[in-house]
Design a protein around this ligand. Sequence first.
Ligand code: ZN
Ligand code: ZN
Length: 411
Amino acid sequence: MDKFNDTLDKYANLCVKVGINIQKGQPLVVNAPVEGADFVRLVAKHAYAAGAKEVHVNWNDGDLTKMKYENAPMEVFENFPKWYADGLEEYAEDGAGFLSISAQDPQLLKDADPKKIAANNKASSMALKEFRRYTMNDLNAWCIMSIPTKDWAKRVFPDVSEDEAMKKLWDAIFKATRMYENNPVKAWKDHLTNLEEKVNYLNEKNFKKLYYKSSNGTDLEIELPEGHIWAGGGGKNEKDVYFVANMPTEEVFTMPHKTGVNGVVYSTKPLNYGGNLIDNFKLTFKDGKVVDFEAKKGYEVLKDLLALDEGAKRLGEVALVPYDSPISKANIVFYNTLFDENASCHFALGKAYPTNIKGGADMNEEQLDKAGVNDSLTHVDFMVGSKDLNIIGKTKDGKKVQIFKDGNWAF
Ligand code: ZN
Ligand code: ZN
């Protein structure tokens, strides 16, 4: 086996063993681009070798998606197939692990009818609401990771040939996922331990408020709810099996209080939302809600996103990522949130992870709301980190502690 294929095989193994941490008798559901069929076969090989009961693949294809947007009538986008959502729920009930390969041309839908895109985003969010309960509450193991596809690689590296772009994107992904370390599985264990130290420190401090300031104009105050929990690295599912939901992952995150965000925040990286780019945007918050916004690119897309429902105008995630993280240092804009969010401090508009508050997974909608947990059909990360971002935490007894200094951890 040559070096590339050897690394590829190890990468498939890492996703199965560390990402999902597949258990004997467990089904594995894979969401993958047709272009990645060879890689998916490697995933299946390792999954079956580790005792998976079944590997089921839901394929997607950019060209087919584009054709659908060009030809199918509006009603198709307004009605997400129930059988598809039911199928995912059935697998979830059976304890399946869910591996999603995120690899999309960031400009895939740039010429598609925005109304169809908005309708599709809404219909799929609604239909998959029950299924998302399993992953967003960590009941089942899930993992989002990436492989390059040709169109995506060409967007990231437009100045080189397609072959060269593919090579470069593989290289960037392997670097970001620590695949060049001698023992990637061990390198991941060490990395997860480091993240856990940050998580423990922040949970101990139990900050009441965070203050963000950056020279680009960001000046934001964020209240953290009573009982909030910082998390990062991996987590345990309902069966007490440790899994890693994002590969790569560099973030340590919690939830804000849904009514406790005030001030202005500027985006620092382009955001790929459902095949469309939103870039250079600014959000103004009052009592947790976006009351004003601007965008140099993708204004209409941002407008639709914020109008999706009441919770889409509020924050559901506060995530800290050092400016010197390996992904950030690579200085590549991936136009893929999985990578770009792990290169930068970020927030998410929309639903908060109930696991980020004490007892959240057992609370009903009313209790979550009372606790300040934001709810929405959507959850979209956007990047706000910069090299001079400072974050101060204020404890319950009014003590101020520097958390981030000039874009990096201050402790
Ligand atoms: Zn995040
Ligand atoms: Zn997020």
